[in-house]
Design a protein around this ligand. Structure first.
Ligand code: PGA
Length: 255
């Protein structure tokens, strides 16, 4: 009922040549799995048009790593939902931990971005996740619940249907230490229950919840085998087409 969804978050990596090569490589190597798995690549803003061209008529979706909530105007350095759609984006990552913790984005700003993205017809990948000290203090559920309640405040059930949630424990991102499949499953289950409570069971049952944080070819299958893990948001391992394709294959075989 839920189609697995694997996203590649390239972060601030690649250049004009390697972005094109990577997009082409992903399109080629995952072509045979696209009937079973949704796939997206999220290059830096400046390489979105080149990556779109490189994907050609592949069903691999294009995503951006962030967006601003205003439609246009005097917002130096920002990029609007309309601009993302104009260059062929289908998805947008919102509330990534690096934006929350490095750029200091608040739940209130993330809520505006999420609302704007949905209204513009972009499919948001809404990231949540706790810090190590929050996990160690037994606050994972409270932190993730607050991020989801504040991030999705005022978003109707109809609109929430288009949201993908990515659970990315901050301590697992880029560290090589992934959450164990059991740790991830526990939080995914909790998120699904929360969505059922905030909205309804049908919406919760259909919501795609990705795991992110040191997901790689050798742990993709065990993570994807868990009942509430519907996909992966992949940073480092998405920068090599072979590794990324191996994870897409693992997702296709796990579900
Ligand atoms: P990572 O990043 O796979 O490099 O840990 C995941 C993410 O931040 O989306």
């Amino acid at each position: 009922m839920r189609k697995p969804f694997i996203g590649g978050n390239w972060k601030m990596n690649t250049d004009s040549k390697s972005a094109v090569e990577l997009a082409k490589g992903v399109a080629e190597k995952c072509a045979s799995y696209l009937s079973k798995v949704d796939v997206a690549v999220c290059p830096p803003f400046v390489y979105l048009p080149a990556a779109k061209a490189a994907l050609g008529n592949s069903a691999v979706g294009l995503g951006a790593q962030d967006v601003y909530f205003e439609a246009k105007g005097a917002f130096t350095g920002e990029v609007s939902c309309g601009m993302l759609k104009d260059v062929g984006c289908k998805y947008v990552i919102i509330g990534h931990s690096e934006r929350r913790h490095v750029i200091k984005e608040t739940d209130a700003l993330i809520n505006k971005k999420l609302t704007a993205a949905i209204d513009a017809g972009l499919l948001p990948i809404f990231c949540v996740g706790e810090l190590l000290e929050e996990r160690n203090a037994g606050k994972t559920e409270a932190v993730v619940t607050e991020q989801i309640q504040k991030g999705m405040a005022g978003i109707s059930a109809e609109k929430a249907k288009t949201v993908v949630i990515a659970y990315e424990p901050v301590w697992a991102i880029g560290t090589g230490v992934n959450a164990s499949p059991e740790q991830a499953q526990d939080v995914h289950f909790m998120i699904r229950q929360l969505i059922a409570k905030m909205y309804n069971k049908d919406l919760a049952d259909n919501m795609v919840i990705q795991y992110g944080g040191s997901a790689k070819p050798d742990n993709a299958a065990v993570l994807m085998a868990k009942p509430d893990i519907d996909g992966l948001l992949v940073g480092g391992a998405s920068l090599k087409a072979d590794d990324f394709a191996a994870m897409i294959k693992a997702a296709a075989e796990a579900k």
